[in-house]
Design a protein around this ligand. Sequence first.
Ligand SMILES: NC(=O)c1ccc[n+]([C@@H]2O[C@H](COP(=O)([O-])OP(=O)(O)OC[C@H]3O[C@@H](n4cnc5c(N)ncnc54)[C@H](O)[C@@H]3O)[C@@H](O)[C@H]2O)c1
Length: 336
Amino acid sequence: MVSCRVGLVGAGGVAQRHARVLSGFDDVEIVGVTDVVPEAAAALAARHDARTFTDVAQLLAAGPDAVYVCVPPFAHGPAEEAVIDAGVPMFVEKPVAVDLGIAERIADLVARRGVRTAVGHHWRYLSVLDTARELLADRPVRMVSGAWLDKVPPVAWWSRRDRSGGPVVEQAAHVLDLIRVLAGEVTEVTAYGNGTPPPVDGADIDSVTTATLRFARGAVGTLSAACVLGWKHRAGLEILADGLALSLGEDGLLIRDADGERHVPADPEAARVAVDRAFVDAVRGVGDDVRVPYAEAVKTQRLALAVADSARGGRTIRLTTPADSHALDTGVTVDA
Ligand SMILES: NC(=O)c1ccc[n+]([C@@H]2O[C@H](COP(=O)([O-])OP(=O)(O)OC[C@H]3O[C@@H](n4cnc5c(N)ncnc54)[C@H](O)[C@@H]3O)[C@@H](O)[C@H]2O)c1
């Protein structure tokens, strides 16, 4: 493959970002864009000298080497099925769906067809994540507190539960994904929502959610998500181990231990580039650094949905783990 010919499904904010990053790679060509809003597809295609297609089938007929699925959470499913059916490598934006049914069905198809996948959990490429892992290598995590405290993003579907999955699934999933990496799997979730939507037309999501988490390796923790602000206040996680406190966000890692305090900066843009670079290298057969293939993203999705479902139903949800591997089992049980 001389260059990797990429097609885009969805032409909104995140597709525009991927298109910008990908067009900066000299071994990538953006060949086509499709969107249910033809004008959106046309505008993005024009920016990258690409063609516009009326639907995914037409885009696939053009023979792309890879397809990016950048649709809102509620729209996942049909595009992935078509791409998998065509045997084309697929990058999917998080969250992979609003529910577990679609996510598990797509994961099953991916496994059966053996299609290469990646999901947009770019926080996994933050340089400071390795630093945090090294610091925690010989110290068990005792406590985790994750948070995504933000505004309501300016997309119409976001404040509708059936469209976005809600703030925990749609936004805090980045934090939950890193929590899984650093503290291991969560076995039990009890969450509360405030029952008050943000002041946005048609909103039906909680504007604040807080969850307590119990981990297989013995840690306990919390996750909070809020969209009551007019700005992004904080997104990240704090981890306490014996004699060590870590505070990790997209822009860096604050380390405090017996030697004092130090800050290691991180470049969020570098992580956003790295997630695309790793996928393209894998598609071209010159690299193997996809950190979140589809099946791995489903595990984070399962945790995010457990938090959202617990908050909604006012119940504790148990997630069963077969030992504390990095694999959450499918089992979810509910305490009424
Ligand atoms: N990884 C990240 O950092 C990151 C950042 C932003 C958004 N996202 C995720 O990307 C997804 C999209 O977010 P966005 O900000 O681009 O939303 P958006 O609303 O700006 O864009 C979505 C686009 O998809 C199109 N679309 C909807 N249904 C479609 C379908 N069935 N087929 C083709 N196109 C369809 C819409 O017309 C729209 O143009 C969300 O799940 C969001 O969480 C991830």
